[in-house]
Design a protein around this ligand. Structure first.
Ligand SMILES: NC(=O)c1ccc[n+]([C@@H]2O[C@H](COP(=O)([O-])OP(=O)(O)OC[C@H]3O[C@@H](n4cnc5c(N)ncnc54)[C@H](OP(=O)(O)O)[C@@H]3O)[C@@H](O)[C@H]2O)c1
Length: 289
């Protein structure tokens, strides 16, 4: 689906939940992912199974979340083929030293019941080891086939630049907090310029967005909620994927219903303006207007 904004076109790739992707460097990352933090055991397994059933093809977990086993069980139980699911996990920052990165990732794979993950992130910058050391381990995990792509999380522009310089293979994603109240203009500009996916975590501001009347009003003409407007705003931006978390079925389903409407340029700006009003600057910088 394309949205024409003045002379520029925002490309949101293909047009439905199961096929929409952010294509960067050698990776094709499903635009809408399913967040799993603060869910574990049966609750997590059931939610991930439901998400796969309704069309999500990207699941985000982490060593920190203590739910890799439940995520793996959901993938195994699902009718969706393993190769159709983009599985992301993250090395805990305390496991950033070379041996720990290797061992903890192998343990993640075992818990997930998978021979490979699609994307391995370093969860956050770490003082446990120089970044190059962690990246060397991540590159080796790729060489041995345990990991398809690598990336980082909670990295600033400068830290992302250092990661790109220090890795033998492409850094395809930086997962950071991004929602209407927390903008990422400088980082997004960098990601667009350097073909990196910006994965938006806490895209619903951990549950604050759904109660926002200003966002709900923008969604009214489309019969969409505040949460759907915020998620649509994110995925309509170049290089942006979003990973909302939901445990309730109605939320899992609502957050997936983003591919039958598109926000106009004015509506995109209005969503940004509920935050700190940086959208106009961002849009000008990355050439959306
Ligand atoms: N890399 C990192 O450092 C990092 C940090 C934070 C998060 N993350 C990732 O990002 C994912 C998402 O972030 P998050 O979990 O912090 O928060 P979030 O996705 O911004 O918000 C989740 C909250 O919103 C509620 N919700 C979801 N859909 C809704 C809807 N349509 N209407 C009303 N309420 C709705 C959920 O309720 P219910 O659960 O009751 O349905 C839950 O309370 C995490 O799960 C994790 O995978 C990564």
């Amino acid at each position: 689906m394309n949205t024409v904004t003045g002379e520029e076109t925002i490309v949101t790739t293909t047009s439905d939940l199961s096929t929409a992707t952010v294509d960067v460097q050698d990776a094709s990352i499903p635009t809408l992912g399913f967040g799993t933090a603060r869910m574990s055991g049966d609750e997590c397994q059931r939610a991930v199974e439901r998400a796969l059933e309704v069309g999500y093809r990207h699941v985000d977990t982490a060593q920190l979340y203590d739910n890799e086993r439940a995520v793996g069980e959901a993938i195994a139980a699902s009718d969706v083929a393993r190769e159709d699911v983009f599985v992301v996990t993250k090395i805990h920052r305390r496991n950033a030293a070379y041996d720990d990165a290797l061992e903890s990732t192998r343990a993640s794979l075992e818990r997930l019941g998978l021979s490979t993950v699609d994307l391995l992130l370093l969860h956050a910058p770490s003082s446990r080891a120089p970044l190059e050391e962690t990246l060397q381990a991540m590159n080796e995990l790729q060489d041995e086939g345990a990991v398809e792509h690598i990336g980082v999380s909670n990295f600033s522009v400068e830290q992302l630049e250092a990661a790109r310089d220090g890795s033998e293979t492409p850094i395809v994603a930086n997962q950071v907090k991004y929602h209407p109240y927390h903008h990422q203009d400088e980082l997004l500009e960098y990601c667009v310029d350097n073909d990196v996916c910006l994965t938006a975590y806490s895209p619903l501001a951990e549950g604050a967005v759904p109660g926002d009347d200003r966002l709900a009003e923008i969604g009214d003409p489309y019969d969409k909620s505040a949460a759907q407007v915020a998620l649509r705003w994110l995925i309509q931006q170049p290089n942006v994927a979003a990973i909302p978390k939901a445990s309730r079925d109605e939320h899992i389903e609502a957050n997936a219903a983003l591919f039958d409407f598109e926000l106009s340029e004015d509506e995109l700006a209005a969503v940004a303006d509920v935050g700190d009003g940086l959208w106009n600057r961002l849009a000008a910088t990355i050439g959306l207007r």
